[in-house]
Ligand binder design. Structure first.
Ligand code: DGT
Ligand code: CA
Ligand code: CA
Length: 365
């Protein structure tokens, strides 16, 4: 296989950074984004925190009450998660990233792998320029910072992105992989959790280098063939996984707040059709067809309603999209007495239309 250049882009303190983007007056203060369970006022867990809050020991997963204790007497901000907003921001960033990749694979709400081998003509120098360009684009267009790792495969790119945060850029060329990985703790490898880490420690394996020197046969005995082999290869920085779009599971959506709360169909549709145009533009750019259309209504009391319709055959028609949206809103309003505050549209069951086209061309060609 030809040598590849792979990037992993991960947005910094993502949910908290989205909150800072929405409300710049938060900048400079500890910001803690929380999942409130609702049992008591402070019950629940921290989803993420900005780097200022992290200096006080606040991090993902700790109880909100503990975070409040750590930030006692400090001017800090606690906010509830707003997934919808983060998803919207995420989709826009992913558009930017996708435009710079030969192959693209989003792996979470705030990170994506990019194969940039062709775009950079296999040159790490060009990859460095491209990464800088991506950081600049994400900053100027979305006012967000990210950390980027560049390496010969996904495994190395991911670890490289994690090593320097926030706003980091780390390049590891093929020849440097051994030196880069060996001093790192084994927990840096994907698939090595607490339990595995403990087990490896009993075998005298603490660093990736220790793991690389450990007898493969014994690793297989301890962890089984599949996992043992994986750990061995991972410790050597070997990883052939391709960067591949996971198109099927994806959807594209847009939501916006109405100028006034309303349950008037014409007013809602005027806004909704604008949203359709925006979603459709992104759909076209990616050459995707859709099978399902959904609408979303956020009521004045912030309760959320959605309705969907799936059509028989994948289509790329804007008019089908808009017509379905009109039908869904009309039906929804006739069935409920909800007053809308925000409305949204979504397409899902996406597929690359070219494949079918190609097959047809081959067949007739
Ligand atoms: P980073 O990448 O270290 O600068 O910080 P984040 O916050 O971007 O961390 P990351 O990339 O692991 O996770 C992305 C988002 O996923 C994060 O902003 C909030 C959410 N998240 C991460 N860990 C947890 C967790 O333990 N619980 C909950 N509810 N959400 C989490
Ligand atoms: Ca992140
Ligand atoms: Ca992430």
């Amino acid at each position: 296989m030809q040598a590849r250049i792979i990037m992993l882009v991960d947005l910094d303190y993502f949910y908290a950074q989205c909150e800072e983007k929405r409300n710049p007056s938060l900048q400079g203060k500890p910001v803690v984004v929380c999942v409130y369970s609702g049992r008591t006022e402070d019950s629940g867990a921290v989803s993420t925190a900005n780097y200022i809050a992290r200096r006080y020991g606040v991090k993902s997963g700790i109880p909100i009450s503990l975070a409040k204790k750590k930030l006692k007497d400090i001017d800090s901000v606690f906010l509830p998660v707003d997934h919808e907003f983060y998803r919207e921001v995420s989709e826009k960033v992913m558009e930017i990233l996708r435009s710079h990749a030969d192959e693209f694979e989003q792996v979470g709400i705030d990170e994506a792998y990019m194969d940039v081998t062709q775009g950079t003509r296999g040159s790490y120098e060009e990859a460095k320029e491209l990464a800088a360009r991506i950081k600049k684009d994400v900053w100027t267009q979305q006012k967000l910072t990210c950390s980027i790792g560049v390496g010969p495969n996904k495994l190395v790119a991911k670890i490289a992105a994690d090593i320097q945060k926030p706003d980091g850029l780390t390049l590891i060329e093929a020849g440097e992989v051994g030196r880069f990985l060996s001093p790192l703790p084994v927990s840096r490898l994907v698939g090595v959790g607490r339990k595995t880490e403990k087990k490896m420690e009993t075998l005298g394996i603490r660093t990736v280098g220790d793991l690389a020197r450990f007898d493969v046969q014994r690793l297989v005995e301890v962890f089984g063939r599949k996992l043992g082999t994986y750990f061995h290869n991972a410790s050597l920085g070997i990883d052939d996984e391709p960067v591949q779009e996971r198109g099927e599971a994806e959807s594209l959506s847009r939501i916006s707040t109405l100028k006034e709360n309303t349950r008037e169909l014409a007013v809602i549709l005027e806004e909704a059709e604008k949203l359709c145009d925006e979603v459709y533009a992104r759909l076209l750019r990616r050459g995707l067809s859709f099978r399902s259309v959904s609408i979303l209504v956020v009521a004045t009391d912030l309760s959320v309603y959605s309705r969907s319709k799936t059509i028989e055959n994948p289509t790329k028609e804007l008019e089908v999209f808009k017509k379905t949206v009109r039908e869904l809103f009309a039906k929804f309003l006739s069935e409920s007495d909800v007053e809308a505050r925000r409305v949204g549209v979504k397409v899902s069951n996406l597929a690359k239309e070219e494949e079918k086209q190609k097959q047809l061309t081959n067949f007739f060609g």
